[in-house]
Design a protein around this ligand. Structure first.
Ligand code: CAA
Length: 366
């Protein structure tokens, strides 16, 4: 393989062992459950028990990605972990993961932070490291992992979730990634977590506006004055960062309006190219850095080699990037489906009392 051909060789996912349907939270908060299910498009909140965190999830996802890759841990020369669930202001979360994996030596190990965009940045850096030739003889392990919790009673509470996606950057067996991407950033305080605060602060309406504006800017750059219908028709799937599923639909409708499409045409784009890829996100809830990559992993399932997909990454603050991928030969069999199936089968529901106990723990230990 030439370094210019590097892509995503292997994918592993990890969801936590607990969950709560959002309808239960609606009961607890005395809210009409339709607000959470129909208004926000949410189904379940994936939850971590005491002692599980973003590092635990990252290790699980990494072990799965490594187990179905033909290289070994000695072949990894870079581990980059995108997260906004850091355990420490100095020690990178990648160090906890590297320790568990027995990864040390001539390895670059670091954490990347840019809200939900951090995992995508870690992936781009790893790809650029390979494409530049700097990482020619080695592979990279990239992980996006987060536990998304809001303060109790916050409007964001029904959108909570957790999960991790690990990707090995080497031969493009799972997916190739185009070096050409479309970034956009604009400084804002839409969602942030000051040092020392356990939970984020959010300007809800501003965050929706920033996200939608980033969608417009990135897709406008992709379309680049060509016929938008023709450009978007090329993709088998269009994936988005998923803070909550309805946000993605709102963004597609917004993009349609910007392009001068009828509401019906935008709905059709959503139905035909976007909706199916949200299936796992509805079961995980928001997993911040991992959300987009959970959706991409779902979209790749069963695709023929060479099928193109677009992936829109958004991180508050705010920064965004629209990536172009094509399915690799392994996408047709997509072995990472078993990770999700196994975790969904094994996970246990948490009742209201259990949730309140967990949140009490989260408050005490955060
Ligand atoms: N039946 C059906 N629908 C109902 C309903 C009912 N009984 N009651 C309300 N709804 C609908 C509302 O009409 C609304 O739909 P539209 O937006 O289509 O009008 C929807 O349910 C939500 O209702 P509200 O707007 O009143 O909800 P809210 O203000 O309480 O909370 C939120 C919404 C601000 C998005 C909140 O969930 C939040 O703060 N979330 C976190 C921030 C976030 O996710 N922002 C997204 C962009 S930022 C990002 O992407 C980074 C990230 O990951 C966080």
């Amino acid at each position: 393989m030439s370094t210019a051909e590097a892509g995503i060789a292997s994918i592993g996912l990890q969801l936590p062992p607990l969950y709560m349907p959002v309808t239960e939270l609606a009961e607890l908060r005395n809210v009409d459950p339709d607000k959470y299910t129909k208004g926000l498009g949410c189904l379940d909140i994936a939850l971590c028990p005491s002692g599980h965190d973003a590092a635990t999830l990252a290790v699980g996802a990494a072990k799965r990605a490594l187990s179905r890759w033909d290289g070994s841990i000695e072949d990894i020369g870079l581990i980059a972990l995108g997260t906004e669930s850091a355990k420490d202001m100095s020690r990178p979360l990648s160090a906890w993961v590297a320790e568990e994996l027995g990864l040390s030596g001539t390895v670059r190990s670091y954490e990347v932070k840019h809200a939900c965009y951090g995992g995508t940045l870690a992936l781009r850096q790893a790809l650029e490291w390979k494409w530049s030739g700097a990482g020619a003889k080695k592979a990279a392990l990239v992980i996006a992992s987060d536990v998304a919790l809001y303060s109790v009673g916050d409007p964001g509470e029904p959108t909570q979730g957790a999960g991790a996606v690990a990707m090995i950057v080497d031969r493009p067996d799972a997916a190739a990634v185009s070096p050409i991407s479309f970034p956009f950033s604009h400084p804002a305080f839409d969602f942030w977590r000051p040092v020392g605060d356990s939970f984020p602060s959010v300007d809800g309406q501003l965050s929706l506006d920033c996200y939608k504006n980033a969608v417009s800017e990135c897709f406008r750059a992709l379309i680049g004055g060509r016929d938008a219908r023709e450009v978007l028709a090329e993709y088998r799937a269009i994936c988005f960062h998923v803070p909550f599923p309805k946000m993605v639909k709102k963004s597609v409708i917004h993009l349609g309006e910007e392009l001068g499409w009828s509401a019906q045409e935008a709905e059709e784009l959503y139905r035909s190219k976007v909706e199916d890829a949200l299936e796992w996100n509805q079961l995980s809830g928001n997993a911040y850095t991992a959300s987009l990559w959970i959706s991409v992993a779902r979209a790749l399932v069963g695709l023929k080699e060479g099928a193109p997909i677009a992936a829109f990454s958004y991180g508050s603050g705010y920064g965004a990037e629209l990536l172009q991928l094509t399915a690799g030969p392994v996408a047709a069999s997509a072995p990472w489906v078993s990770d999700v199936e196994e975790d969904l089968r094994a996970r246990k529901p948490v009742d209201l009392w259990g949730y309140e106990t967990l949140r009490g723990h989260a408050r005490a230990s955060a």
